[in-house]
Design a protein around this ligand. Structure first.
Ligand SMILES: Cc1cc2nc3c(=O)[nH]c(=O)nc-3n(C[C@H](O)[C@H](O)[C@H](O)COP(=O)(O)OP(=O)(O)OC[C@H]3O[C@@H](n4cnc5c(N)ncnc54)[C@H](O)[C@@H]3O)c2cc1C
Ligand code: FES
Length: 256
């Protein structure tokens, strides 16, 4: 059940400049969260930001009662969250949304764009590793982040747009020439990346699960601020998603 929880910031680590790994004490969410779920966070005190900011669950430890998030500071909301002190109380709404599930095949491959790796690392932990994992970043300024991911997912193959670290190209280049029959693909990153993946591999892979991004309002289905057109009608990313079968998404109508 989606509820707001007062959660103490238990630990914070700057993974690389502007990228933060935070741990919150939140036993209720920790015991319920599944890979693909997300939380909506804002400081418990003060009015800013007006809307909570959605962040994927990176990990959840029911025994410790903690959840972890991994995010990049891009604006006011993420800056406020990253600027919190250990011990500060935040209001954390969740767990929100559905999860990666019902894999058609036993072989699961993952494709991530930068911070889209967060929910995939949670999934990786649950299923004991990916057969293949491709991560895409912009350039060598992401090295600290990529190293941090590699420690947690040694199978990760890195791509960068300019080739300054890892292989040159986008992460979906990792799928080129591969036989995807018998493979379930999970994907999280910028919507254009997932659209490109579906356009290229939608016919050769019959199970592509994507986690969509859109600005969020309420996060519990009430405001219809996160609607996306699908083959089964207009659906809300917050509660009907964020994970969808790629073939259900009307990609040409998705605001990228
Ligand atoms: C389900 C879901 C899970 C997410 N998980 C993560 C995560 O694990 N780690 C992470 O770093 N980010 C994640 N995001 C994106 C994150 O929510 C946004 O970066 C954040 O809300 C930006 O807030 P801000 O106030 O800092 O920036 P703003 O000032 O609101 O915006 C700054 C820039 O970020 C863009 N932006 C804002 N909100 C979104 C959004 N929801 N999706 C895409 N672009 C946005 C804006 O267009 C603008 O260019 C997730 C988004 C969704 C919808
Ligand atoms: S964010 Fe309000 S309905 Fe999805």
């Amino acid at each position: 059940m989606i509820r707001d929880h007062d959660s103490r910031l238990a630990a914070k680590e700057e993974v690389s400049p502007g990228i933060w790994h935070l741990t919150f004490e939140c036993p209720e969410i920790a015991s319920a969260a599944l890979p693909g779920n997300f939380v909506l966070i804002k400081p418990a005190r003060g009015s800013a930001p007006l809307l909570r900011r959605p962040l994927g669950v990176l990990d959840a430890d029911a025994a410790k009662g903690t959840i972890e998030v991994l995010f990049r500071v891009v604006g006011q909301g993420t800056d406020l969250i990253a600027g919190g002190d250990v011990g500060q109380v935040f209001s954390v709404r969740g767990p929100v949304g559905g999860n990666f599930k019902d894999f058609r095949h036993g072989r699961v491959w993952a494709v991530a764009g930068t911070l889209g790796i967060a929910p995939l690392l949670f999934l990786r932990k649950k299923i004991g590793g990916f057969e293949k994992l491709f991560l895409g970043v912009g350039n060598a300024s992401w090295k600290g982040f990529a190293d941090w991911v590699q420690v947690r997912a040694p199978e990760m193959v890195l791509y960068s747009d300019d080739g300054s670290i890892g292989r040159r190209g986008f992460s979906i280049a990792g799928l080129e020439g591969e036989d995807l029959s018998g493979v379930s693909l999970v994907c999280c990153g910028p919507n254009p990346m997932m659209k490109a993946l579906y356009n290229q591999y939608g016919t050769s892979c019959d199970d592509i699960q994507v986690s969509l991004e859109k600005r969020m309002g309420c996060g519990y289905g009430g405001c219809y601020g996160c609607v996306v057109d699908t083959t089964t009608g207009r659906r809300r990313i917050c509660i009907d998603g964020p994970v969808f079968q790629a073939r259900e998404v009307k990609w040409d109508e998705l605001h990228l």
